[in-house]
Design a protein. Structure first.
Length: 1003
């Protein structure tokens, strides 16, 4: 009758505790993942995707680990009802230490349960043969050496006749009760193999040995106990016991670089069961130097990837569901190399490119990441109650660093598998000899060097919290790699240690520190392990409280940043011929009321008089500004000259221009100026038929603009307005002199040159290619339609709807006049008509929607703003030249708590470019803040000056509170001394509204 192996699960309270911990971990993991996948959190796409890969791998490993912790169990050893014939086999390869093999064979012979001991000697060594004769061990060798270790074992099995066979590595010394512990499990006829703990006796011989051993503790503890429950316990080649019938059913021990895993896969696929018995009945040697460790890991990674890619698909149908999942996920342990490479690259790329992989605020760190990390730590510590020895418990830092430092070996194993590069089967070197391994350290040293270089470059270019975090990760990576590099040079360490030991006090201090360190960490481990459930409850309560208090994560992260809108908006305007003095503005009020509009621009025409005695409409401009509207002056050079533009360009009218400049400057408020509009329209005297006409116009336009700027009339915005699309480029004065490009967007209908009615799109389309290429805001400086051949109200409605498709258009000025005498053909609607009628019969509702449009990101804004200057003759000089401050208060993101978008270099460059494009030349900012370095550096690059302000609390009693006053004095003095040589600093500003607010706080 078949005897079923009984499982002893974790005790009731332990099982409940670990499962509650796992459930809480899954919840925190789900919350973090949901937050992470929100579009608003994604940063630079390539880095974000790399981070996705890295986190997905880590979370998958976590879930796979927790999956096993959920069902930890040990098998009940059955009563032995019969005597089994047993063969115990170990191998010997040329070059392996004789003493090691002698120790193992002696221990095998001393195992109490009756058995036959075999040595599979690959080298047919006479000394080993003599040893076997002396110990009574069966010595077997072979001439055809195929399939490495598996072939060597299978050769001996052809001669062995036992029902049970044990395969031991030559460094694993069995205890006398080895077979007594494992044989009873074969009473269950379905058990194909029994695996025991793989323990090591030299784990304290070196840092490499300690790290390599630490990587196995959890695997042979709670992980294998979970596999025991799920029927997926692994066979480990060092000390596994097989039913001979099971091995024979799959053709013997499976071949390969990971022959033990391959054998387990074949046995499970054939329907055999496995048992994990968590008992130490043999101890072996772990690699003690980096050379041996890397050789072992290369062999395992290459062999395991080969099984995943080639053997796994063939055996898939024979596996149970759990086994399918198990053998797919277990080999991914060695994908840690590729993921570590990604983890190295993310901060390096981020620092060199100044890009951000993920956007988050302080609150996310506290509310999302910290609880998740703490729960993961608590689960890991709680699970360590199922480790084999108390000294195995801990954070396993050495094992983790060594694993990361093996990244390049795992990558080689992966790519060798992809490209079919063979790796010879070489037993893991067993000597504990100390070596220096500089060549093997080159990859890790390279990662450290590049990471440190990225930190230096990144922080020198961009001083912001995201760069700090990336620099932290890069430095952590560099430190870990340098630790592996240093500790791989064992001879160098011994030399340093020997010199250090000569200093007796230092030696005593080191010993004391080591002992104290052990006690401290032991206490911490115990608190975390025993207090894990209570600590988890506190974490959950704290996270719940934060959630309740903050309502949702967007409140936690501060203000949600939407796509920025450029300043400026959409300017709607009108030309009304009746407006020629302040009193006539009532016409504008009537127009706005009747059409339901609130206009931004009022178009007026001002001519240069022939005798230069024409008056300046200062009162009209002031009245327009008082209505919070911007005047647009069409400045027409009706001068007594046969070639007006040539004369202006030559400086003949500089005095007149300067006088006009001073009047514009005195006006203070913003003004649009269309100078010499339609220079290609020969109806105007300033339009010339000369070949040099375009060059003369450009020179005149530039000269006028330069005079305005030199005289300080920077409140003028210059609008270039040609007549025909064909001459747009020909007459263009240049980007430096043009703020806006205006076009004549008029539909003449039957009065047009071909008598056709044209839609707005037909009128506008010929201009557009040029307009888009110059990235200037576009003004429809004369916008409207006749009723000759159609309905001008419908035309306007269609036009206003169409304008929404052209984001470069930022202004539309209605040409509402019936006094236009500039006919372009002889056609007239009747013999009595003298003027073209552009008047609006009815205003479409679409007009109001234009002011709500967003600007395109590329659009540069007008280079001017309202300027207020001192009434005195004194001027602020910068670099020896008069400097007129046109500033913007820039007090965003005083700290990271203000939002998840700190002032990175890219953000500042974008903001400062926009500020410069507006015509501003300075920013005012209250400081000190974290971003001072970035702001001062980038402001200087963008030719912006900084008014550096210190925020003083108006509630401070500046007479009595000496400590607070001294703190302010120290702060101001320190920052002034630190930044006084920064070229971007324009001035210092003490206090905000402190003086004005003192009266509200003090009588």
């Amino acid at each position: 009758m078949r005897k079923v192996i009984k499982l002893i699960k974790a005790s009731g309270h332990e099982n409940l505790a670990i499962r509650l911990l796992i459930l809480s971990g899954i919840c925190f993991l789900a919350v973090f993942t949901a937050w992470y996948l929100k579009e608003q959190n994604s940063g630079y796409t390539p880095l974000y995707l790399l981070l996705c890969i890295s986190l997905s791998y880590k979370f998958l490993k976590l879930l796979f680990e927790w999956y096993h912790y959920w069902a930890i169990s040990t098998s009940v050893r059955p009563e032995l009802t019969r005597t089994w014939t047993v063969d115990m086999l170990t191998t010997a390869m040329p070059g392996e230490p004789f003493e090691m093999i002698e120790e193992t064979l002696t221990a095998m012979v001393n195992v109490r349960y009756p058995h036959t001991t075999w040595l599979c000697d690959e080298g047919n060594d006479p000394a080993l043969k003599a040893l076997c004769d002396r110990l009574g061990v069966r010595h077997v060798t072979r001439t055809l050496k195929t399939n490495a270790k598996a072939g060597n074992i299978n050769n001996a099995l052809q001669q062995a006749t036992g029902e049970i066979c044990v395969v031991l590595d030559p460094d694993h010394v069995p205890s006398p009760d080895f077979l007594d512990e494992v044989i009873p499990f074969f009473e269950n006829e379905k058990v194909g193999f029994v695996q025991v703990v793989q323990a090591y006796k030299n784990s304290s011989s070196s840092w490499i040995a300690r790290g390599a051993a630490q990587q196995t503790y959890t695997f042979y503890g709670p992980l294998m106990m979970g596999m025991n429950t799920y029927g997926t316990a692994q066979a480990i080649g060092a000390n596994c016991t097989f039913r001979r019938a099971a091995l024979d059913s799959i053709g013997g021990h499976a071949a390969g670089l990971a022959e033990d895993m391959h054998t387990a896969m074949q046995l499970h696929a054939a329907g055999w069961e496995s048992v994990y018995h968590p008992k130490i009945v043999a101890e072996g040697l772990v690699p003690a130097n980096i050379n041996a460790y890397y050789k072992q890991q290369l062999k395992w990674s290459r062999g395991t990837f080969d099984l995943l890619f080639h053997a796994y698909p063939k055996m898939l149908r024979g596996f149970s569901l759990r086994q399918k999942m198990h053998y797919f996920l277990l080999p991914l342990h060695f994908a840690a190399g590729l993921v570590s490479l990604i983890d190295f690259l993310i901060p390096i790329i981020a620092l060199f490119t100044m890009e951000v992989p993920l956007y988050f605020g302080k609150a996310e760190l506290v509310w999302l990441l910290l609880p998740l990390v703490m729960i993961i730590l608590l689960i890991r510590q709680f699970s360590q109650r199922w480790l084999m020895k108390p000294q195995e418990r801990g954070f396993h830092i050495a094992g983790g660093i060594l694993l990361i430092g093996t990244w390049w070996v795992y990558c080689i194993g992966f790519f060798y598998t992809i490209f079919g590069v063979r790796v010879p089967y070489i037993p893991t070197p067993k000597e504990d000899s100390l070596t220096n391994n500089w060549v093997l350290s080159i990859p890790n040293f390279t990662v450290a060097a590049v990471s440190i270089s990225a930190v230096v470059y990144g922080l020198s270019r961009d001083w912001n919290p995201y760069n700090f975090i990336m620099a932290g990760f890069a430095l952590l990576n560099a430190i870990m790699m340098l630790i592996v590099v240093f500790l791989s040079q064992q001879l160098a360490i011994v030399s340093v240690r020997s010199r250090f030991a000569l200093i007796r006090p230092a030696k005593k201090l080191a010993g004391f520190f080591y002992a104290a360190n052990g006690h401290i960490f032991s206490f911490i481990y115990g608190c975390l392990r025993n207090g894990a459930p209570v600590l988890a409850i506190l974490i959950i309560i704290s996270a719940g409280f934060v959630t309740w208090k903050n309502k949702n994560i967007e409140e936690l992260s501060g203000i949600t940043i939407t796509n920025n809108k450029e300043t400026g908006g959409f300017y709607t305007g009108v030309y009304l011929p009746a407006i020629n003095n302040p009193q006539s503005l009532s016409v504008l009020d009537q127009f706005e009321k009747s059409t339901g509009t609130d206009l931004s621009v009022v178009s007026v025409y001002d001519a240069w008089s022939s005798n230069m005695s024409g008056g300046f409409p200062s009162q009209l401009l002031t009245a327009i500004a008082a209505k919070r509207k911007i005047p647009m002056i069409t400045w027409e050079p009706w001068v007594d000259s046969s070639d007006a533009m040539s004369s202006i360009a030559a400086g003949s009218y500089d005095e007149y221009v300067k006088a006009y400049t001073q009047m514009i400057k005195a006006h203070k408020a913003a003004v649009f100026i269309r100078f010499g509009h339609e220079p290609d329209n020969f109806a105007y005297p300033w339009a010339s038929t000369k070949l040099s006409a375009a060059d003369n116009y450009k020179a005149a336009f530039r000269r006028v603009v330069k005079i305005f700027r030199n005289e300080g009339a920077l409140n003028a915005t210059w609008v270039y307005t040609p007549w025909l699309s064909e001459t747009l480029n020909k007459y263009y004065p240049g980007d430096e002199y043009v703020d806006w490009i205006g076009i004549t967007a008029l539909n003449y209908g039957r009065a047009s040159w071909d008598g056709k009615w044209r839609s707005f799109e037909e009128v506008y389309r010929p201009y557009r290619q040029f307009l888009l290429s110059h990235h200037k805001p576009v003004m429809l400086a004369e916008f409207g339609s006749t009723s000759y051949g159609g309905n001008n109200t419908e035309w306007l409605a269609d036009a206003m709807a169409t304008i929404n498709d052209y984001k470069e258009i930022k202004s539309a000025v209605l040409f509402n006049t019936d006094k236009d005498k500039n006919w372009i053909t002889p056609w007239r609607p009747d013999s009595t008509t003298q003027f073209i009628d552009w008047t609006i019969k009815s205003m479409p509702n679409a007009m109001g929607r234009l002011v709500k449009r967003e600007n395109p990101d590329w659009l540069k804004l007008p280079a001017n703003s309202t300027l207020y200057t001192s009434s005195t003759s004194r001027s602020l000089l910068v670099d020896g030249k008069p400097f007129y401050i046109k500033g913007v208060a820039y007090n965003t993101s005083q700290s990271w708590k203000d939002g998840r978008n700190p002032l990175t270099r890219r953000q500042l460059e974008k903001d400062f470019n926009a500020i410069s494009a507006m015509g501003a030349n300075a920013i005012s900012r209250y400081a000190p803040t974290l971003y001072d370095k970035n702001i001062l550096t980038i402001a200087d690059e963008k030719k912006l000056k900084v008014i550096y302000g210190f925020h003083f609390d108006p509630k401070t009693d500046y007479l009595k509170d000496k400590d607070e006053v001294n703190k302010y004095i120290e702060e101001v003095t320190d920052k002034v001394m630190e930044y006084r040589d920064k070229p971007a600093i324009l001035s210092w500003n003490l206090g905000n509204e402190t003086f004005n607010l003192l009266a509200e706080n003090f009588s």
